[in-house]
Design a binder for this molecule. Structure first.
Ligand SMILES: C[S@@+](CC[C@H](N)C(=O)[O-])C[C@H]1O[C@@H](n2cnc3c(N)ncnc32)[C@H](O)[C@@H]1O
Length: 208
């Protein structure tokens, strides 16, 4: 048993999230939802920060969307972006199943375009979760900072890219983009951040 499996064995079974995973499998969608331990952490982060305005970049089948929306308090809202309309409709179905459907708005299209529109609308967020195409992370982070206030929490998943982030021989554009993202999350003067090196690496930063 590795460290992640040990910690997961302590977490209570979650039949609803199991159903979501099953729904994703049945739809033939990629099984790349956030790890259970980090899903639990997302709910905690929302509760601890009392975030009311949450932005998710990368909806897939709604697994992380449920984890985020579960932590929302009265009057809270989740905006979730995905370029794939089928994925977003599966995600919506799963949030409705979790009785959280009224809290979420899906925006379909390339995340860069949706983020531009949100910026133009003057949107502000208390928590942003980045979990889409890895090459886009640096840009998504800049947009997240643009739509942040002091104290906004920014989270990014898969920041270790299964070891490529620290492999000097891996230098594809998406790896370079992720290194830039990781450097900004941990060292940019606008942020205070850290990367948890369990699972595939979760970066968490707070906007100063
Ligand atoms: C890793 S999955 C998200 C998993 C989800 N956050 C979860 O844990 O349940 C990545 C998602 O990002 C979406 N995606 C990839 N590139 C995108 C882009 N450029 N714009 C918008 N969505 C994108 C994919 O369609 C996919 O659903």
């Amino acid at each position: 048993m590795n460290a992640e499996q040990y910690v997961e064995s302590l977490i209570q079974d979650d039949p609803l999230l199991e159903k979501v995973k099953e729904g994703i499998r049945q739809e033939g969608m990629p099984e790349i939802s956030i790890a259970p331990g980090y899903g639990q952490l997302l709910t905690l982060l929302v509760r601890m920060t009392k975030a009311k305005r949450i932005l998710e970049i990368g909806a897939l089948g709604g697994y992380s969307g449920i984890c985020l929306a579960r932590g929302l308090s009265e009057g809270g809202k989740l905006i979730s972006l995905d370029m794939n309309a089928q994925f977003a409709s599966v995600a919506k179905r799963h949030l409705v199943m979790a009785e959280l459907g009224h809290l979420v708005e899906y925006r379909i299209g390339d995340a860069s375009a949706s983020l531009q529109k949100l910026t133009e609308e003057g949107a502000l967020f208390d928590l942003v979760f980045i979990d889409a195409d890895k090459g886009g992370y640096p840009h998504y982070l800049e947009k997240a900072i643009e739509m942040a206030t002091s104290g906004t929490v920014i989270v990014g998943d898969n920041t270790l890219m299964h070891g490529k982030s620290m492999n000097p021989d891996a230098n594809s554009p998406s790896v370079l983009a992720m290194r830039q993202f990781n450097e900004t999350m941990t060292s940019d003067p606008r942020l205070e951040g850290m990367i948890i090196p369990a699972y595939d690496g979760l970066a968490i930063a707070r906007v100063r």
